[in-house]
Design a protein around this ligand. Structure first.
Ligand code: BT5
Length: 259
């Protein structure tokens, strides 16, 4: 990754400090350690390659060198943001989605944390919290975006079909510019964290609206229903087969297969 270009573009944004690594286990691990040793709000850690990139529930996230964006953003939540922290995953996913819309694409957010292009996963978000007693002191927002075809893992490790930005656009993409665009949008959207508008914007790009889905909550628990939208806290609203509203707070969404 061109570090001069990185410094030039990111210096235009109101960020904390920026650290770049050619290779890391996981930018989230590095950011969690940095967050507890004095990192400023909006500090960013970027790695060209991750050797132990993580998804949710400790699933692997694949980031081969020279192919993808992998970065983590450190947030010190303001008092006014604290009641709305569950919406941060939507804020991050929307920032990614907007950066893709600006390139003429039609991204969707597969609740809660996946960004899809052409119904395939192109990016994922992993939010981790650092607690101090009862309070959340820091939040680490990890973002992985597949840029070139080589970033897309082989199908045997995938839980869901994947794609890359270059695949969708059919032309080369400047990773550093994508990083800049996502961060710029995050900065613009952040003041809206507590607003109804954020939830409305998130719903506009929510995948599978009106479709029957299954939400796998782990431990064999699967909920089936039609997607109707989001709760104010960012939970997913479904309507089950009897028309009863069901709210889902965590899990993996997939389209319900036809019997
Ligand atoms: C996610 O988890 O989608 C969150 C991914 C967050 C990655 C970023 S990169 C920077 C930061 N540092 C980290 O260590 N992590 C964050 P989840 O929804 O649980 O999806 C994980 C699943 O996605 C895996 O089980 C694989 O099946 C699949 N997967 C792995 N690598 C992928 C890739 N490059 N593209 C698409 N799917 C992938």
């Amino acid at each position: 990754m061109d570090q001069n270009e990185l410094n030039r573009l990111l210096s235009r944004l109101r960020l904390g400090d920026v650290r770049y690594f050619d290779s890391l286990g996981s930018t989230n691990d590095e950011a969690l350690a940095w967050a507890t040793s004095g990192a400023r709000d909006m500090s960013v850690i970027i790695a060209d390659e991750q050797t132990m990139g993580r998804g949710r529930y400790d699933r692997p996230w694949f980031t081969p060198s020279g192919t993808a964006l992998a970065f983590s953003l450190i947030i010190h939540p303001a008092a006014s943001e604290r009641p709305h922290l569950s919406r941060l995953v939507g804020l991050a996913a929307l920032s990614i989605a907007y950066s893709m819309q600006a390139r003429g694409l039609y991204p969707e957010i597969k609740w809660p944390n996946d960004v899809l292009l052409n119904r395939r996963k192109v990016a994922g978000v992993l939010i981790e919290l650092v607690w101090s007693g009862e309070d959340v002191e820091n939040i680490v927002i990890g973002i992985g975006v597949n840029i070139s075809k080589r970033s897309v893992p082989s199908t045997d490790i995938l839980r869901f079909p994947a794609t890359s930005l270059e695949d969708a656009l059919g032309q080369p993409v400047d990773r550093v510019q994508v990083l800049h665009d996502i961060l710029a949008r995050f900065i613009t959207l952040r003041p809206q964290l507590g607003t109804d508008a954020l939830i409305k914007e998130w719903e506009k790009v929510l995948a599978y609206q009106g479709r029957q889905v299954q939400v796998d909550m782990g431990g064999g628990q699967v909920i089936t229903g039609k997607v109707v939208g989001l709760e104010p806290d960012g939970s997913l609203n479904l309507r089950d087969e009897n028309g009863k509203p069901v709210t889902v707070r965590f899990g993996d969404v997939r389209l319900r297969p036809f019997a």
